[in-house]
Design a protein around this ligand. Structure first.
Ligand code: 5GP
Ligand code: 5GP
Length: 217
């Protein structure tokens, strides 16, 4: 008997701050489709267990099929760009996320990508931070607690904030983790937070524009 229930407890929905990704990797490459907006972008939607472990690569036979989500591609180029080098159109990144995490989600490719896009819109991170006066600007530092509060106020649930360290040793806002129920219908309180990427009490929220010295074109 094959029961198609999800063999995991919840999802992490992970968004990255592009300017920090560029500092983390020392170099980044703008997508072939153009410089990304100064906005959070999607990293992935990751099935997870309550004990902190997670399933991955659940279907070794699967492969990305663009024809299944061709209607989403322009929206994905905008909201789910790949900043890795060399420059790409995103397909390799989306394929990686689908194969590693999506195949464990009990969603098909279209639903997996659509769901992630919908949760990005719902989370409205940049606007929620803006509403609390938290804006990307190099040299300005914000309390991690105030960042969490601003997101919690808009989303209704406390995020996990992951930091990276830039080349000058400053902690900066790198990724925001929110949790989603296993049927991918709503944000929930996180059953467990990830461990890595701890922040100091004050962190930088860097602006893209002046990070050009880190970028390779
Ligand atoms: P890193 O070591 O950079 O934190 O994570 C590397 C990769 O491992 C991530 O891109 C993601 O695919 C996976 N990963 C890391 N932490 C978690 C986690 O807590 N849950 C899940 N589902 N995947 C994770
Ligand atoms: P993870 O296993 O951490 O979910 O996936 C990260 C993988 O996707 C890495 O191999 C990384 O090089 C690639 N990748 C491509 N573009 C991006 C990007 O914009 N952000 C992140 N975090 N990884 C990317």
């Amino acid at each position: 008997l094959c029961v198609t229930s999800q063999d995991f407890d919840f999802f992490y929905f992970v968004q990255q701050w592009p300017a920090s990704y560029c500092d983390t990797r020392r170099s980044c490459c703008y997508p072939t489709t153009g410089k990304p907006d100064e906005d959070f972008s999607i990293h992935g939607l990751w099935p997870n267990y309550k004990d902190g472990k997670w399933p991955q690569n659940c279907d070794r036979e699967s492969s990305l099929d663009e024809s299944e989500f061709s209607d989403l591609i322009s929206t994905m180029e905008k909201n789910w760009p790949s900043l890795a080098c060399p420059s790409s159109d995103g397909l390799k990144f989306w394929s990686h996320e689908w194969l590693k995490h999506g195949t464990c989600s009990a969603l098909n490719q279209h639903a997996y990508f659509q769901t992630a896009l919908d949760f990005k819109t719902k989370s409205n991170l940049l606007q929620n931070l803006n509403n609390a006066g938290i804006k990307p600007r190099n040299g300005d530092y914000y309390g991690v607690e105030s960042i969490k509060k601003a997101i919690e106020k808009g989303v209704g649930h406390t995020p996990f904030i992951e930091c990276n360290v830039d080349s000058q040793g400053n902690h900066q806002l790198y990724q925001v983790y929110l949790c989603v129920d296993s049927s991918a219908s709503k944000f929930i309180d996180c059953p467990i937070f990830p461990h890595g990427g701890k922040c100091g009490s004050k962190i930088e929220f860097p602006s893209f524009s002046t990070n050009d010295d880190h970028d390779e074109f």
